[in-house]
Write a protein that binds this ligand. Structure first.
Ligand code: AMP
Length: 244
């Protein structure tokens, strides 16, 4: 297997990644669609930064920064944090020196068309190569979110075998994985309403720009990952990056 350029994390049986351009990706889909899991794998595979605005906001809350304090009431209610707060925080993260050299995958951003437009205006040199949409039926989304547990130590995203079990052991680091504070039935329903109203129009937005890649998110993690790699290939090829 050959690796040229800024990054390679080849899996067994996965063809080489030859990279001459820093990929800029967005992953879209309802909560519970697998954006975090697939985003983590994909960014490791391509050796790019995985930037989750939800994680940045949770870190800010844990550290009780002014951004975190402001964001808390929106997040606990399942509401969107105001655009200016999110864009400022994301701008700071993108300003880290290695990010533009390596490339990035945005997870949880943009959440609405106004965010995508402002992002484009503020970062004209960071045009998105591919917007990956993980598509799956809402009943499955509810079931996944109800069973979702997140490790408090390593942040692995896990599924409880029974949604009535609150805490499970993390097989990755032996930590304890619990339900996210905003995975209550009311907050889940509110986030899914917001997804339909605010985030779904982004599908059309990226489709018009010719960068939308739609993936069936119902399959196994492995199948979804392989489908993503296969489908983003033309987008990245066109900008000088070959995947697989
Ligand atoms: P997530 O981890 O992506 O599910 O995000 C958790 C919560 O963080 C959301 O319910 C929002 O309150 C907030 N959040 C994350 N990303 C954004 C964003 N791009 N715009 C506004 N709020 C966001």
């Amino acid at each position: 297997m050959a690796a040229i350029g800024s990054g390679l994390h080849a899996r067994k049986g996965t063809p080489a990644v030859i990279q001459t351009h820093a990929p800029k990706l967005v992953i879209l889909g309802p909560q519970g669609a697998g954006k975090g899991t697939q985003g983590t794998r994909l960014s490791r595979h391509l050796d790019i930064d995985h930037i989750s605005t939800g994680d940045l906001l949770r870190d800010a809350m844990a550290n009780e920064t002014p951004t975190g304090i402001e964001a808390r009431r929106y997040m606990d209610a399942g509401e969107l944090v105001p655009d200016d707060v999110v864009l400022r925080m994301l701008g700071e993260r993108l300003g880290e020196p290695t990010t533009s050299r390596r490339g990035f995958l945005l997870d949880g951003f943009p959440r609405k068309v106004t965010q995508a437009e402002q992002f484009e205006a503020m970062h004209p040199d960071q045009a998105i190569d591919a917007a990956i949409l993980l598509s799956l039926p809402l009943e499955l989304v509810y079931r996944r979110l109800d069973a979702r547990r997140v490790c408090g130590s390593c942040r692995s995203i896990l599924a409880a075998p029974d949604a009535r079990i609150d805490a499970i052991a993390c097989p990755v680091c032996n930590g304890v994985a619990i339900r996210r504070a905003d995975d209550t039935p009311d907050a889940i329903a509110q986030r899914l309403r917001l997804y339909k109203a605010e985030t779904e129009p982004l599908v059309e937005y990226y489709s018009q720009r010719g960068v939308l890649v739609t993936i069936d998110g119902c399959g196994s993690q492995e199948a979804v990952f392989d489908a993503i790699l296969h489908s983003i290939r033309p987008n990245l090829w066109g900008t000088g990056l070959a995947v697989g």
